[in-house]
Design a protein around this ligand. Structure first.
Ligand code: FAD
Ligand code: SIN
Length: 534
């Protein structure tokens, strides 16, 4: 059995930022299920929103966030995160993150700020169109140089160990975690009284997503099984512009492209967003994604187009080198042709319910980053607010832990004898096809029944089918030796069911949740949807 003062699950911006700060207080383990750089963070394009210009103000950023959140943001949390943003940006720069700058006429330079949907000002710090890759690079380098941090790559957290599960206390808390080592296929037990979920989102629950393969909702599923409260899972954000090409899997065309004036047009080249919102292509994401969905349904088209050809080719190549090159590799020159795009699942606004310091409702458990529901996003996240939330909350989480008394003295923690993982009679999965079939079925049914536009009937259908799938998958879990595929499938099924359960409870349309049966906002539902196993 291993033991650490802090165990962090996940190596994206949230996990790395937390680890770097917590390492001043004790030994930190980072558990990450693939190579350390594999995360949603590494794919982030547009940038990180924060007030750094004299033409901007905290109040404007707060108001933009509240408006996108459609009445469900926690204003206190919004103000805290927005106000603390600039300090965290300075810290990222100290860690070596190189945000783009622009030269001023007097020869000095300032941060180059991008614009995205729902923002009233230019306030997005970015590194060309690969901001997440740059942040991940700098934070990983700092982690590698830190003597108090140990990174376990290709190790997947399976389940949290709680006193309640051990039958030791009615006053429940987390005391450790089981972790599958992919190389040996052994499950190790790690003891800790501070466990931080930084596992990111759940885009892979949907057939079409901008997310990489790690995004299977593991943190939410583990927290749910352990008894923590989960909130607002009905609010899944669909990004309006994912590249539509048969060979391109999950490639995002950043909102920053619209920020530089790109227009959304149909096959005939006719602009259509002005019929839906006066902000046109820069309306908030829920509005743009629904408008595209409506246009595609109305015309029967398979995609719409994003046109940036009005900008000089050199500007496009310099500002969006990654998008330019990637599209070119599919034979699309975006300086001359409009880009075929469709909406795709992008971001989980709900998650493990926490306070403004990342503390979950189960003692010893913390959640930071996309896995958490802090109250910042409400019913719809404002673009580029998630990288901001992750680093602000990581900092606040460490500060909160510093201030709280420890659960037990070191010797008391060491005295806890946590049981080893037992595989019993489990055997190897004999037919992998059963896992892949269920995986595909969940993703397709979520896309068809729990997508951009929902209805009571579609949600009920999804709920019934998911209950059967969950039973079947639970049987595999008990009968077969665990693998990452099987664990991810089990987590996907749990998270899919949580999304549907939350959606069924919200009998109104608000933000990202739109249902044909209750198409209007109803302020009787102006509250979080909170689920707990008890
Ligand atoms: P992640 O970065 O997703 O990291 C999760 C980590 O947890 C990974 O290391 C993963 O391997 C690990 N993990 C998961 N489950 C387990 C397990 N069971 N055991 C062990 N390890 C596990 N947001 C913005 O603010 N600005 C943007 O410009 C932006 N662009 C985006 C572009 C794309 C294509 C995508 C997909 C997202 C974008 N987002 C953007 C959203 C943003 O990137 C994410 O919300 C954010 O990076 C999440 O960070 P995180 O640290 O919470 O999780
Ligand atoms: C993008 O670049 O469009 C993604 C920004 C975000 O998800 O916040």
């Amino acid at each position: 059995m291993k033991e650490f003062d802090f165990v962090v699950i996940g190596s994206g911006i949230a996990g790395l930022s937390f680890a770097l700060e917590a390492a001043a207080l004790g030994r930190v383990a980072i558990i990450t299920k693939r190579a350390r750089g594999e995360s949603n963070t590494a794919w982030a394009q547009g940038g990180i929103a924060s007030v750094t210009s004299t033409e901007d103000s905290f109040e404007l950023h707060v108001q933009d966030t509240l408006e996108a959140g459609d009445g469900l943001c926690d204003e206190r949390v919004v103000r805290t995160i927005v106000n603390e943003g600039p300090a965290r940006i300075r810290e990222l720069i100290e860690f070596g993150v190189q945000f783009d700058e622009r030269e001023l006429p007097d020869g000095s330079s300032e941060l180059d700020l991008g614009r995205e949907g729902g923002h009233s000002k230019r306030r997005i710090l970015h590194a060309r169109d690969v901001t997440g890759r740059e942040i991940e690079r700098a934070l990983l380098a700092a982690v590698a140089a830190h003597p108090e941090i140990t990174v376990f790559e290709n190790h997947m957290a399976v389940d949290l160990i709680t006193l309640g599960k051990l039958g030791l206390a009615s006053d429940d808390r987390v005391v450790g975690v089981y972790v599958l080592d992919e190389a040996t296929r052994e499950v190790m037990t790690i003891r800790t009284d501070r466990l931080v979920l930084a596992t990111g989102g759940c885009g892979k629950v949907y057939l079409y997503t901008t997310n990489p393969s790690i995004a299977t909702g593991d943190g939410v599923a583990m927290a749910w099984r352990a008894g923590a409260k989960i909130a607002n899972m009905e609010f899944i954000q669909f990004h309006p512009t994912c590249l539509y090409h048969p060979d391109a899997r999950s490639f995002l065309i950043s909102e920053a492209v619209r920020g530089e004036g790109a227009r959304l047009v149909d096959e005939q080249g006719a602009e259509f967003m002005s019929r839906y919102d006066p902000r046109e292509a820069l309306a908030s994401r829920d509005i743009v994604a629904r408008a595209i969905d409506a246009e595609m349904k109305r015309t029967g088209a398979r995609c719409v187009y994003l046109d940036i050809t009005h900008q000089p080719a050199d500007f496009v190549k310099d500002r969006f080198p990654n998008i330019y090159e990637r599209c070119l590799s599919f034979g699309l020159d975006i300086t001359r042709q409009p880009i075929p795009v469709v909406p795709a699942a992008h971001y989980q606004c709900g998650g493990v319910l926490t306070n403004e310091n990342g503390k979950a409702t189960l003692r010893g458990l913390y959640a930071v980053g996309e896995v958490a529901c802090t109250g910042l996003h409400g019913a719809n996240r404002l673009a580029s607010n998630s990288l901001l939330e992750a680093c602000v909350l990581a900092h606040r989480c460490v500060a909160g832990i510093r201030a709280e008394p420890r659960f037990a003295s070191r010797t008391e923690v060491e005295a806890l004898d946590l049981p080893e993982w037992v595989s019993g009679d489990a055997h190897d999965v004999d037919e992998l096809v059963v896992i892949y079939h269920n995986w595909d079925e969940i993703r397709r049914l979520m896309w068809d029944y729990v997508g951009i536009v929902r209805s009571d009937k579609r949600l009920q259908r999804a709920a019934t089918r998911l209950r059967n799938l969950e039973r079947e998958i639970q049987e595999f879990y008990w009968n077969f030796k665990i693998t990452t595929d099987l664990l991810e499938l089990r987590n996907l099924a749990t998270v899919a069911a949580l999304i549907v359960d939350c959606a069924l409870l919200r009998r109104e349309s608000r933000g990202l949740h739109y249902t044909l049966d209750h198409p209007n906002r109803d302020d009787r539902f102006r509250r979080n949807t909170v689920l707990s196993r008890s």
